[in-house]
Design a protein around this ligand. Sequence first.
Ligand code: AMP
Length: 394
Amino acid sequence: MKILAVNAGSSSLKFTLIELPSKEVIASGLFEKIGLAGSYYTIKYNGEKYVREVELTDHGVAVKHLMDELISLHIISSLEEIDGVGHRILHGGDEFVDSLVLTEEVIEGISKYNELGPLHNPANLMGAKAFMKALPNVVQVGVFDTAFHATMKESEFLYPVPYEWYEKYGIRKYGFHGTSHRFVNLDISEHLGRNDLKVISCHIGNGASLAAIDSGKVVDTTMGFTPLAGVMMGTRSGDIDPSIIPFIMKKEGKTADEIINDLNKKSGLLGVSGISSDSRDIEAAIEANNEKAILAQDIYAQKIANYIAMYNNLLGGADVILFTAGIGERSPMTRRQVIEKIKSLGVTLDEEKNQIRAEFALISGEDSKIPVYIVPTNEELMIALDTMEFVSKD
Ligand code: AMP
């Protein structure tokens, strides 16, 4: 069976065509600058990369090009070979807590939560609508970033603010990266042959979040009402004292939206180092003894370590700590610094194994009280697997 896993952004559309159950990636690609000048797309298939510069006025046009390319590049011989399309959707509020088949009515229902994810949700839904139009007889499934966190209890997801904010406006922790945390939790559980694991999952990419998971259920996660909360990230601040916002508004004559933009796009590794949000650039600057880069990396690792210690307590002792996503999978330096900062938990690293990148691996020392793993994430595969469930039910 062939499933398309899709992630539509406001001006982009990413796709992966996956064969199931073999999990083989048949083709993948990215449409960029949709609705903007200089739009183009790339498709990877059979070891070749095809780049086309074309006018992509909207997502519908991009999907039309994709369908044509799938046929003309002989990736498939007919559109009927596509058995299902899975769509990444950022926010399902506290209503959409499982993947489900998308219909016009369901999309209408999800769009109620657009104000909770104004940058992503409308775009995710626009992408879904474009595929529903292009492939009206193919099952389309929505997979939510928030869904895996729906098992959090009120005592974990509520903020200590007036309760009526929650009742009136849905102010609570939702959590994000749920599809990734779910995938790596399944993978480690499968590898270890257990379904009762207490896992601290560290998804450390450009965006970053941790999740405390007990027997497959999220107990707590670091992102909050929006993805701005929790640990420090590439360009996001993570947790800060909210009083800073009106203070800087007055000092710099900025609006609240402008400060939130600074906290989302100009903070984190980029903000502290003044160099880059990309951890490869930070590591290169550290090599060159750049003090701001050393400081940025130190704060970065400390914030992750603090949450690991907190989640170890929350879980009553973790069975596994795992690292995933771009930095978690590929930065031995970050992993070393984080583990160094939780040595009070008796966690140690095998420095040779810690050099492994982007492969499933046990990297802790033999004497480590908690085993530490690298578990590569695969959100596209998780989306495709969820979609397959609904195709099989057809
Ligand atoms: P993601 O958001 O999961 O795609 O992760 C992106 C982040 O992974 C960026 O900050 C990259 O710098 C980081 N990254 C990718 N490869 C490496 C590497 N070899 N070493 C350190 N960081 C890396």
